[in-house]
Design a protein around this ligand. Sequence first.
Ligand code: ADP
Ligand code: ZN
Length: 664
Amino acid sequence: MDRDLMGAAHEALRRYFGYGSFRPGQDRLVEAVLSGRDALGVMPTGAGKSICYQVPALTLSGITLVVSPLVSLMGDQVRALKAAGARPSYLNSSLTPGQRNTVLKRASEGWYQIMYVAPERLSDPRFIAFAQAAVAPGGVGIPLVAVDEAHCVSQWGQDFRPSYLQISEFIDALPVRPPLAAFTATATERVRADIVAMLGLRDPETVVTGFDRENLYFAAEEMGDKAKAVWIRDYAISHADESGIVYCSTRKAVDELYLQLDRALAPHGIRVGRYHAGMSADERTANQVAFIDDAAPVIVATNAFGMGIDKPNVRYVIHHNVPESIEAYYQEAGRAGRDGDPASCYLLWNGNDFRLRRFLIDREYGEGAADEVPDPEARERARQNRYRLLTAMEGYCETTGCLRAYILRYFGDEGALGVESPAARGAQDGCGNCGNCTGAFETEDVTEVARQAVLFVQATGGRFGRTLVADALHGANTEKIRSLHLDGAAGYGSLAHEPTGRIKDVVSQLIGRGYLVQSQGQFPVVGLGPRAVEVLADSPEHPFELTVKRRAARRRSPERVRRAVDLLREEAAEEGSARSRRPHVGDDAELFERLRELRRSFAAERQWAPYMIASDKALRGMCRLRPTTREELLEVPGIGERKADEFGEAFLSEIASFEELRRS
Ligand code: ADP
Ligand code: ZN
């Protein structure tokens, strides 16, 4: 490997992005790409994947192609790179044919260092001709093709995009094969293997950094539909100075919750936005911009929102409903705390969420969907796959173990990341930073109820619904019980001391965990599930025991939930001020507000998002370090040369005048 090239990469990292060093994993990927090897980077959102292809793009000569499915993201990335002083471009359906021609012409003249393209573009003959000429002798050169969101190539995951299958065809059509680097935030073992095979990666340098996001606090709370709205309202009010996303599963739920929150939060001076695919494009854009600019710091949205939202200071993500898979959940929740500071992810759920999800799956893959997927076998496979993803989500809601460990296990990530992340190593025993580890719930032993329920279902041949099973176990003397002769069945009345409601509850949990199953359809009946054997084979050697979360009648107030997380935040802030070099004049918070104001005016002037001028983290760095010269300013993480040139003087003089004012 050429030492000079790696030196140039460090220089680019410093100059364009203002960072002093690569993060673990980034260096290996960058080094591999610079030496012409293929690479595969599997890193969670916020780990810094884009640096891995942007830095090589700004270091190597020629034009790096970045394949990305996120059309909405391209414009932002290009603006941010421009702001950093680079020469980027993009090519997608949002440009007119005339604009696309211009971009291609300039690209072949060597104007650009990096170009984002939508996968559809790869089958466009004009684009193929451009790329073929670029790699041919005398062409501008393509030193790297980077594939973002590479999991979209796999049909096993949830984000499959057929257009991603064109990537390898495109590469094969080039007379000289450029190095290929693939990046994704969500990949199970199986999807990872698919990426290598479907993209045709050749002996890639593979970096799988921990999926763990140490700064995120996770909690799953079961509560009724009405309680959810109240909880979210209280949370937003008690975190009034923070920015958050609230995800709902349907447009209707977004609209309803938005109305409630808007009314409740307005008196507290908190503006709320809303986002879903049913709104006009203009309205969507306006709300997205207001959110990114912190003008409306809270947004209620469907999962249509967030793709490509790079806002670094999102402090909480609350799911008002259950998402379709752990992949989806981790991606959406992962939009919190990109800046590395503590942030919280709450999942509020109840049985209705799962019923709705199942309904949606059946609608999508049932008989009625024959038009879209005509092959009934393929349809059934797809349906089972979606059920499988949802079951894992159910396990997350129900588990009494560490939530972080659950997610990491799901991504097959226990061993791999233990080396790099102390929190993940601890996650096997409990991470200490999730709702379950901080013991914010009570457990109860339901072994006996579970045993009786499973035995009863076995004895009666799985012919009855949940209510009837619970009634019989309780020993109810109803017309229905008598007419079905259940009062004579083995196990009748064996749980006479338990209220029917509680038995029903446990039966639900047994269904959720696979001990029992519930049939689909209008009159679902309960049968034995795959894990029923664990109960039936109960013996001194293999004792069956089951402990579940107690379902609280009343929810804890978010105030208590708040404490653990806020303590962490305060710690992070203290750590920061302990590192400062000279005694501070005046309050950091006050200076931060002034710098934020200055940033806002620059952003408005240029019509950029504020974080493109400087991140919150960079502003906090300024408060901490109180730089007085350009050199000192460059030590602030996130301030590169271009930013120092353009805004440095203004920031420095703001800091100086603040200190002057405080001193006098
Ligand atoms: P991803 O694409 O993996 O979600 P990003 O590329 O958006 O992550 O990076 C997340 C954040 O981390 C960004 O604010 C980015 O500037 C920052 N970052 C990336 N690499 C570094 C680094 N080496 N040092 C400091 N910050 C970094
Ligand atoms: Zn935990």
